[in-house]
Write a protein that binds this ligand. Structure first.
Ligand SMILES: Nc1ncnc2c1ncn2[C@@H]1O[C@H](COP(=O)(O)OP(=O)(O)O)[C@@H](O)[C@H]1O
Ligand SMILES: [Mg+2]
Length: 507
């Protein structure tokens, strides 16, 4: 039997900081019992704590022994043979119970012991809680003896209380991640990149050359991409700005979203893409498949292939954009431009395809500088075909939370002596936390001309779309694909779409 003196702090340390420093707490396991998260302020920064049940040394030995039996012994069916995770879990639980009975472990401790066994054999071991936490977007481990960092939706990049001190333990997690991503990792091929069963992207490295040991990064698959309505509710865009982007998308204009890493470029792009009509032919080209257009049947997703073997050819963005162009898409979307593929994208825009891409640059001016200088070197006259540059930024507010705002939208008035003349259309006023339309849009005027309708009439439509978006903010829990359906309804019959949303929202 156990006595309290035997209880050790295994794997996790209870934070020893007084409660005023506790910022946020919640459970991430389905039973809300075993994986408690606490976010605490520590000196100048925050730390993310995973708090799991305490166990004694003896219990730890039992756990390791049962795991070993399940994994290697002839007494048990090798668990990796059971493909279905639910069945595997059930088998493990039943098997573990038999062993626990045999060892006379008090039944009131069984659920904790079984928790650790399933966490390690079915879940992701020490990082299982991080995988379960929906607020976490990225998990990165830069080696031994340094805390794992996570990217938290509300708190940004923060260290956790999880540290690997044992090389074997970290290495076996890296092997496990590679296996689950169906990749071979070995000393000869120490670095792999793949997709986990839940759709998360993982990059792992055995660290044969790195002094800090094995490393991994997981970019988690978020079940539902954010919608433009989510972004309006977050304050990232206003209904007016969203309606503007909607008009541009509908009329196959080209948009470049720029901002720093993690500013929300991809998220904003994915949200804007929901404005496209359901029947349009869309081709996305990416290095990492991030863009998701659920419900678009005429969507082709192209992803680059990097090969480290001679007999397998690598396929890069440039090549994919080039072939995409031959397929005559209505829209060509490049996840992020970095190299010579940018040139092909601009050619596509020149040919009248709708285009959308993101570009890593702090602001619009430096985005243009990047486009014009090496290695991209896009000629000025091609850049001038861009309909709008959208700049998105992230800030930390007073409460220490991250907020994201579109801080600038510019159109191009013309070229003067090798210089682009830009026109501010939207501007963010930080002191009032407001995004304002500061000038008439040249692009909207162009659209009116193309449609052969008076500008005022187009402005009426612009207004009506704003009202529609405002109305949509009343609906709760609308998924990305549901929203794009509502937008499609609007295209088909705007008045009917209004009444439908009013009915749904009980308004
Ligand atoms: N407007 C937003 N509000 C809340 N979270 C956001 C917003 N935009 C992005 N995020 C989150 O921030 C992280 C980084 O966003 P992402 O769009 O991938 O950035 P970027 O493409 O600029 O690197 C993602 O995990 C995403 O879910
Ligand atoms: Mg991105």
């Amino acid at each position: 039997m156990l006595d309290d003196s035997e209880i050790i702090k295994e794997r996790v340390s209870e934070p020893e900081i007084s409660s005023p420093d506790l910022i946020h707490t919640y459970y991430v396991d389905p039973e809300e019992k075993f994986q408690k998260i606490e976010i605490r302020r520590e000196m100048a920064f925050k730390r993310y704590y995973v708090i799991e049940p305490l166990i004694s040394n003896y219990e730890k030995e039992i756990i390791d022994w049962i795991k070993e039996v399940l994994e290697y012994s002839d007494d048990a069916v090798p668990i990796y043979v059971i493909r279905d995770p639910e069945l595997r879990k059930e088998y493990i639980i039943n098997f573990a119970k038999k062993l626990l009975k045999r060892k006379r472990v008090p039944p009131k401790r069984w659920d904790v012991i079984i928790y650790y066994i399933t966490r390690d054999l079915v879940g992701y071991g020490k990082i299982d809680a991080l995988m379960n936490d929906k607020f976490i977007e990225d998990i990165s481990c830069s080696g031994l003896n340094v805390p794992i960092y996570v990217w938290h939706r509300d708190h940004g990049y923060i260290p956790t209380n999880i540290v690997f001190n044992d090389k074997n333990e970290l290495e076996s997690l890296v092997y496990k991640l590679a296996v689950r991503a169906k990749k071979m990792i070995s000393v000869a091929n120490p670095s792999v990149d793949g997709i986990l069963p839940d759709g998360s992207r993982v990059v792992c490295n055995l660290g044969v050359v790195s002094l800090k040991g094995p490393t991994f990064t997981i970019r988690k698959y978020t079940a539902e991409p954010m919608t433009i309505i989510d972004l309006i509710n977050e304050g990232t865009v206003t209904p007016e700005l969203a309606a503007y982007l909607w008009m541009l998308m509908e009329h196959k204009k080209s948009i470049i979203v720029c901002g720093e890493v993690g500013a929300g470029k991809t998220t904003l792009s994915n949200a804007i893409l929901g404005f496209i009509r359901k029947t349009a032919k869309i081709i996305t080209v990416e290095e990492t498949p991030e863009i998701r257009l659920d419900g678009y049947e005429n969507w082709t997703q192209k992803v680059t292939r990097e090969s480290i073997r001679e007999e397998v050819r690598s396929i890069d963005l440039f090549e994919l954009v080039k072939t995409a162009l031959r397929e005559r898409p209505d829209y060509i979307i490049v996840g992020e431009v970095r190299g010579k593929e940018a040139y092909v994208l601009f050619q596509a825009i020149a040919l009248g395809h709708g285009g959308l891409t993101t570009l890593h640059a702090d602001n619009i001016d430096s985005a243009i500088k990047r486009l014009t200088s090496r290695p991209l070197e896009i000629p000025m006259y091609l850049i001038a075909l861009t309909s709008a540059f959208v700049e998105v930024s992230k800030f930390i507010d007073e409460a220490g939370r991250i907020k994201r705002r579109v801080t600038n939208v510019k159109e191009i008035e013309g070229i003067e002596e090798d210089r682009l003349i830009l026109r501010d259309i939207f501007r963010y006023k930080a002191d009032e936390d407001k995004i304002e339309m500061v000038n008439d849009s040249l692009e909207l005027r162009k659209i009116a001309t193309e449609l052969g309708i008076p500008y005022d009439k187009l402005m009426g439509e612009f207004q009506r779309r704003q009202s529609f978006l405002v109305l949509l903010t009343n609906l709760e829990g609308v998924s990305w694909s549901q929203l794009s359906n509502l937008i499609e309804n609007y295209y088909i019959d705007p008045e009917e779409a209004f009444s439908m949303v009013r009915r749904e929202g009980g308004l």
